[in-house]
Write a protein that binds this ligand. Structure first.
Ligand SMILES: NC(=O)c1ccc[n+]([C@@H]2O[C@H](COP(=O)([O-])OP(=O)(O)OC[C@H]3O[C@@H](n4cnc5c(N)ncnc54)[C@H](OP(=O)(O)O)[C@@H]3O)[C@@H](O)[C@H]2O)c1
Length: 216
């Protein structure tokens, strides 16, 4: 499967690219193709040094959408609308949103749009045939990048298209120790997004790092 990562040069994008490119062709997308190229070369270097074969390429964000069956929107919430307005071609694609609308005062809190969640905002903006799933919202980028460590976390996946949700859950299961769980329809994504500020507050107030979740 070809996976395109819009904003793939960022923390979560590169982290996911490092793990997913062992199993699939990953296109790291960026607003600037040169930046995407540099990012993909860096990831190839890291993986090659470890003796791991990978399939990675740097492209601009539009190419990451056009050339892929699965598109991950790895962009900060505040740039989500502008980015989606600048891109096209999402028809029939599986679109994964790890996007968390979070704000910060003396603590972190969920600050969703009127639609209820970033995932539902994406649903509203993209064509009807795009299959949106919220997933990977609750795993810290540092954990994706720590390639020596298995990812001992659960992944809550929300979506309205059963086959697309299955595909996303299968994708998650390929990564060592990640365990996907069906977390319901896209309407339930607000609660999955809302877990992340809880994790950030637990980390902050307990002097922990990269806190995650397991459903057991
Ligand atoms: N970081 C985490 O631990 C984590 C964990 C779970 C979920 N998430 C979610 O994943 C998403 C990405 O987080 P991140 O930490 O990876 O973000 P990030 O590193 O701050 O940014 C990701 C990418 O977004 C692009 N970008 C920056 N400004 C932009 C703009 N004005 N317009 C369009 N694109 C812009 C950049 O790519 P180019 O400059 O190459 O275009 C950047 O590399 C967020 O929604 C976050 O809530 C993050």
């Amino acid at each position: 499967v070809k996976i395109g990562i819009v904003g793939g040069t960022g923390d979560i994008g590169e982290g996911m690219a490092l793990r997913l490119s062992l199993f699939h062709t990953v296109l790291i997308g960026s607003r600037e193709e040169e930046k995407a190229y540099a990012s993909s070369e860096e990831c190839i270097g890291i993986l090659t040094e470890r003796g791991v074969e990978c399939a990675l390429q740097g492209v601009d964000n539009q190419e990451a959408v056009d050339a892929s069956e699965i598109v991950i929107l790895a962009i900060p919430y505040k740039h989500l609308v502008g980015t989606l307005q600048s891109l096209s071609g999402f028809e029939n694609k599986i679109v994964i949103s790890p996007v968390n609308p979070i704000e910060r005062s003396d603590h972190f809190y969920h600050a969703p749009p009127p639609e209820g969640s970033a995932a539902l905002l994406i649903r509203k903006m993209l064509p009807e045939s795009a299959k949106i799933c919220a997933a990977f919202n609750n795993i810290a980028a540092n954990r994706w990048r720590a390639l020596d460590d298995p990812l001992n976390y659960s992944v809550a996946v929300c979506g309205d298209d059963t086959a697309a949700k299955r595909t996303v859950m299968d994708l998650a299961s390929e990564v060592i120790n990640l365990k996907p769980f069906d977390a319901g329809p896209l309407a339930a994504a607000s609660m999955v997004e809302g877990i992340t500020p809880v994790l950030l507050n637990v980390a902050k107030f307990n002097k922990m790092r990269d806190v995650g979740i397991q459903f057991i």
